[in-house]
Design a protein around this ligand. Structure first.
Ligand code: HEM
Length: 147
């Protein structure tokens, strides 16, 4: 068995956010606001539309689970974001900047500043790791005899 990690040894990103405003209902409303916005973006909207046809509710519930896990650490989400994004061949690295700019706007509109800062910090970290998984390639060392 692993020893329990004392709170003081955990990084801030591993700790649940305890704020009276932030519960599943709050997170669900934030998620819905964000995806309404993203779906109307001329670049990101068509990417989502080509992957999610028909009923958006299951995706919105999944994303609410995801953000509850990230923010409240309640284990609501057990999916695998990396493979879900690796298959999105239309997505370019710079699309993440657009995604994050919508996320920052929505967080600022709906959350007190200290709560928005936590959501945005987590989104930036996860965006960075998704981008690494999708776009980072080690340069191959030159082979052959040239040079
Ligand atoms: C350009 C940026 C992004 C695009 C275009 C994008 C697009 C998508 C699409 C189309 C899906 C649905 C895939 C499917 O259901 O098969 C998806 C799923 C998902 N996305 Fe993103 N995404 C982006 C960035 C992010 C970021 C930054 C996060 C987290 C902070 C995130 C978290 C997730 C999660 C958790 C899922 C569900 C994966 C699963 O369990 O099926 N995405 N995304």
């Amino acid at each position: 068995m692993f020893p329990a990690v004392p709170d003081a040894a955990r990084t801030e990103a591993e700790m649940p956010l305890a704020h009276p405003l932030v519960d599943r209902a709050f997170i669900g409303a934030l998620v819905r606001h964000f995806y309404t916005r993203v779906r109307s973006d001329p670049r990101l909207g068509p990417i989502f539309a080509s992957e999610i046809q028909g009923d958006w509710e299951p995706h919105l519930e999944k994303m609410t689970d995801f953000w509850c896990s990230v923010i409240l650490k309640n284990g609501a989400y057990s999916g695998r974001p990396v493979p879900a994004h690796l298959k999105l061949k239309q997505v370019k690295e710079e699309d993440f900047d657009l995604w994050l700019s919508h996320f920052r706007t929505v967080a600022a509109e709906r959350c007190p500043p200290e709560v928005a800062a936590v959501f945005v910090d987590r989104a930036e970290r996860i965006a960075r790791s998704l981008k690494l998984a999708m776009f980072f390639r080690l340069e191959r060392p030159a082979t052959g005899t040239a040079g």
